[in-house]
Design a protein around this ligand. Structure first.
Ligand code: CA
Length: 684
């Protein structure tokens, strides 16, 4: 996630003074619920042992449960429709620990509700009465309006009971492909009818006017294993009722409101249960094509706090769900005005419960945690354990940036602390060694002839061996290549082609294309888990806009499918590299010690060249020795070797079939790679 300035009305900056007083004097609230400070600390450590928070809808009754321990009174407001004035209030009962519940008779499927919560005022302040959606909401009316009651079983498409998670034995077997739902199908040349919607990822047979496969068929043609979706849970930005061709807004989705409810703008209708059913159809269709679905989840902050319309947690237990700094203000390492206090028992439970819900209800195959370094390690370990129990193939990874300043560093799920957990972290070391500083448009990395700017060649070697390094060039080793995500481009910052264009102005386009292909080759042949940003495979451009989180210019975020025709050669190259990786386990090792044994780097050679051999049928590969050369220089290199080599990838083509056989000297053109295999002794 990119850090951005607070959006008006979408941060905590607009919290009214009276509410701040309430938040800052939360200790005084205790008179309403018990005797003293002890009541507050009891609630702070409270753990609810059951799994029934939220709405449970049966044909004869619906039971609602919500935790609001400081409230002296909670009612449910039941509405027969999404926006009418008609409402019935019913008192809820406190179990003594702040779990308020009520059972409403009758079949309420299709009704809506909100909780009406009374929070005591501090000191002489009057009490506040606020309406709030259920944090455990699984459905909502348009624009996070009212929480929907429905029977989830009724949203299942035909055959859903037979739908299965994709099988993933090791993280390194995954090839992740990051896409925003609207971007993928919204372009008029996509040929997709459900433009901008979940169903736009589930339409077979779509083509551009030039006849290139788009959407689902494109994913299958490219060969990736998992689609990683930018946030699909309900977010605050935009009006969900606008349709394709009318959008007045754009939002990546990093402003979460309802964490277990889908975003309505991606459904054919933001009202009712279209979003639930269509999302399931999307998952089911992708699974039928052996493609997994990874959700980008944003538990590090919420879109709003205090009494704002999109605020949830503060209305239920003021202050509890957020970290505060030494002055009592909400901590803001996220840059979004607040940080969720994941370490608190009921916040942790909320995160774990939500993850379990996406797995069981929607059959998703993995999670990408936004700003994972803001979350505490224990919560992430509990997420991992719970998720693996439901889906043994689940893949979990995140941004392990070291940003948190309230809790001790050793407690946070940062790059350093993923070691040995099975959870992976993005490796910004390899990212910036490949293409140069992501935050500086003109900075060059290895593929533009700029060497390895973060720690030099020895660090780049570590990266290639599946080890993490930081942007400072420091070594942050992981226990296994399963724990590092290799990438050269992501939704944040310039996409790969824009980065190359803005950092290389003195070379022909053909050379810049070579650099792009070399970058992809390094990501897809290095040890670790490869991650691609959608559209990079045909030189997607965002018109040099680096932070496009709310950019509604149709030339910026939408994937322009006509580029697939103009850069078919680049697409073919990415496709060939993916086939090579999927066919050859030597590129997908999982044991750091085995990688150390198998990979031998050439220690002599020209500047800006990396050459190594993966030896002796590594990871049971059918190829005995695999020679890999990355040439980040302007010269064609002639590397002396012993034995005979079958070349399968060079500057022009990549794949698994032999392009030529070489003996004695192996050439590698400027700004390109060469991959070959041979039965000789594997020495240079
Ligand atoms: Ca929304």
């Amino acid at each position: 996630m990119k850090l951005w300035p607070a959006q008006p009305g979408h941060g905590s900056f607009g919290v009214p003074v009276a509410w701040l007083v309430l938040l800052l004097t939360v200790g005084l609230v205790s008179h309403a619920v018990g005797d003293s400070q002890s009541a507050i600390s009891r609630y702070d450590n409270y753990r609810y042992p059951k799994d029934d928070l939220g709405a449970v809808c049966h044909p004869d009754a619906t039971t609602l449960k919500v935790w609001a321990p400081t409230a002296p009174k909670v009612e449910v407001a039941l509405f027969p429709n999404a926006d009418g004035q008609q409402v019935v209030f019913t008192a809820m009962t406190n179990d003594g620990n702040g779990i308020w519940s009520v059972t409403l008779p009758g079949n309420l499927a299709g009704h809506y509700y909100r909780y009406q919560v009374t929070q005591p005022g501090a000191g002489m302040e009057p009490a506040t009465v606020l309406q709030v959606n259920d944090p455990y909401a699984h459905g909502t009316s348009a624009n996070s309006g009212r929480t929907l009651i429905y029977d989830p079983g009724q949203t299942n498409p035909a055959g859903w009971e037979q739908d299965k998670f994709v099988t993933l034995r090791r993280n390194t077997d995954a090839i992740l492909y990051e896409v925003q739902v609207r971007d993928f199908s919204i372009h008029p040349q996509s040929g997709i009818s459900h433009r901008g919607q979940f169903l736009g990822l589930a339409e077979p047979g779509t083509r551009t006017p030039q006849g290139e496969a788009t959407g689902l068929d494109h994913l299958v043609e490219l060969g990736i294993t998992h689609v990683h979706l930018l946030p699909v849970n309900d977010y605050a930005g935009g009006d969900e009722r606008e349709r394709a061709g009318q959008y007045t807004w754009y939002d990546w989705g990093y402003d979460p409101v309802l964490f277990a409810s889908l975003e309505g703008s991606y459904a054919s209708n933001p009202e009712g249960t279209a979003r639930q059913g269509e999302f399931k159809t999307m998952v089911q269709t992708l699974h039928q094509h052996h493609i997994g679905v990874v959700l980008d989840v944003v538990f590090n902050h919420t879109a709003q706090t205090g009494d704002g319309p999109f605020s949830i947690f503060d209305k239920l237990y003021p202050g509890y769900y957020y970290r505060t700094d030494a002055t009592g203000r909400y901590a803001n390492a996220t840059g979004c005005g607040n940080e969720l206090a994941s370490e608190r028992p009921m916040a942790r439970k909320f995160i774990v419960d939500t993850i379990k819900y996406w797995l069981t209800q929607y059959h998703v195959d993995g999670f990408r945690f936004d700003l994972m370094g803001i979350l505490d390690r224990e919560t992430m370990l509990e997420v991992y354990r719970s998720a693996k129990q439901i889906n043994p193939s689940v893949i979990i990874y995140g941004e392990g940036w070291d940003m948190e300043r309230v809790l001790p560093r050793e407690q946070m799920m940062t790059q350093v602390n993923v070691r040995g957990t099975g959870i992976a972290a993005f490796n910004d070391g390899i990212r910036d060694n490949i293409k140069g500083d992501a935050g500086n448009a003109s900075a060059r990395g290895f593929v533009q002839g700029g060497g390895a700017p973060y720690g030099g060649m020895s660090r780049l070697w570590l990266n290639i061996k599946g080890q993490s390094t930081g942007r400072g060039g420091d070594s942050i080793p992981v226990a296994s290549p399963n724990e590092t995500i290799n990438y050269d481009s992501v939704h944040d910052d310039l996409c790969l082609w824009d980065k190359i264009q803005s950092s290389v102005t003195d070379q022909a386009e053909t050379v810049r294309i070579q650099m792009d292909k070399l970058a992809a080759g390094m990501v897809l042949t290095s040890q670790g888990v490869p991650f691609l940003h959608a559209g990079d495979e045909f030189l997607r451009t965002k018109q040099l806009v680096s932070n496009s989180y709310n950019n509604n210019d149709p030339r910026v975020n939408p994937i322009n499918w006509s580029l697939k025709t103009s850069h078919r050669d680049v697409f073919n190259y990415y496709q060939g590299l993916i086939l090579l990786r999927k066919t050859h386990p030597a590129f997908r090792m999982t044991d750091a010690a085995a990688v150390d044994q198998a990979l031998a780097f050439a220690t002599q050679g020209p500047k800006n060249l990396v050459a190594y051999v993966i030896k002796n049928h590594a990871n049971h590969d059918e190829w005995k020795n695999i020679l890999v050369i990355y040439n980040g220089s302007q010269q064609t290199i002639q590397l002396p070797t012993s034995g005979e080599w079958q070349v399968v990838a060079n500057a022009q083509r990549a794949g698994i079939t032999t392009l030529q056989t070489l003996k004695g000297f192996v050439p590698c053109e400027a700004f390109s790679l060469l991959i070959a295999h041979g039965d000789g002794d594997g020495r240079f």
